[in-house]
Design a protein around this ligand. Structure first.
Ligand code: FNR
Length: 182
């Protein structure tokens, strides 16, 4: 049966490399998997006073996460951590207390940066948060991607040099989701 994975991208930038990576990864996945990009740019800044009357955009995000079998985080690193927009999405959909959308959803973490560390520090911070949110998160293989010439081909697909590695990464993540989704 069909598997749906919600994709959360940590960059709002139109030409985001991480959005490009997310789109390219979808092409490497088996045909029984669909990827749904969730919108986070219209979420309010999280305010606990709103827990009892969450915004429509927050309820939409929570419903999208609830209906997915897994969550894929594709994020840049900002100042050695995750972008605030991503943390804001995590916080918004984690509340009210006891009604988190994230709990139990198998997660994958990946990202691309312009520097050689390939979002490693952001991913480590994110893993800490996901552990608290009770998301079983794939530990291996890790994927720290640097944007180099040829990472994407002219169609926007993953280029030759990284294709085998990233195809394997996606296959393992999909297997992880199948194993851990309720
Ligand atoms: C960055 N960038 C960056 N890169 C990195 O490897 N480690 C870092 O800590 C940071 N910090 C950082 C902070 C801020 C505010 C910006 C705008 C950028 C560079 C980053 O890798 C680059 O801008 C990517 O292109 C961002 O990802 P998207 O938007 O292309 O997906």
């Amino acid at each position: 049966s069909q598997i749906k994975i919600a994709v959360v991208i940590g960059s709002l930038r139109k030409d985001s490399l991480n959005r490009k990576l997310a789109l390219a990864l979808a092409h490497l996945a088996p045909s029984d998997v669909t990827f749904e990009h969730v919108q986070i740019d219209d979420l309010p800044l999280y305010d606990q006073d709103d827990d009892a009357k969450q915004a429509e955009s927050v309820r939409r995000l929570k419903a999208q996460i609830a209906s997915a079998q897994g969550v894929l985080f594709v994020t840049p690193e900002y100042n050695r951590s995750v972008p605030g927009v991503l943390k804001n999405a995590l916080d918004n959909a984690s509340r009210p207390y006891g009604q988190s959308a994230w709990a139990g959803k198998p997660a994958g973490v990946i990202g691309v940066s312009i520097g050689p560390m390939g979002t490693s520090m952001a991913q480590q911070h994110l893993r800490n948060v996901l552990a608290y949110l009770d998301m079983p998160t794939m530990g291996q293989p890790e994927a720290y991607i640097q944007n180099k010439e040829g990472l994407f081909d002219e169609k926007g697909h993953v280029g030759e040099a990284s294709r085998e590695f990233l195809t394997g990464w996606v296959a393992k993540y999909v297997a992880w989701v199948k194993k851990h989704s309720a």
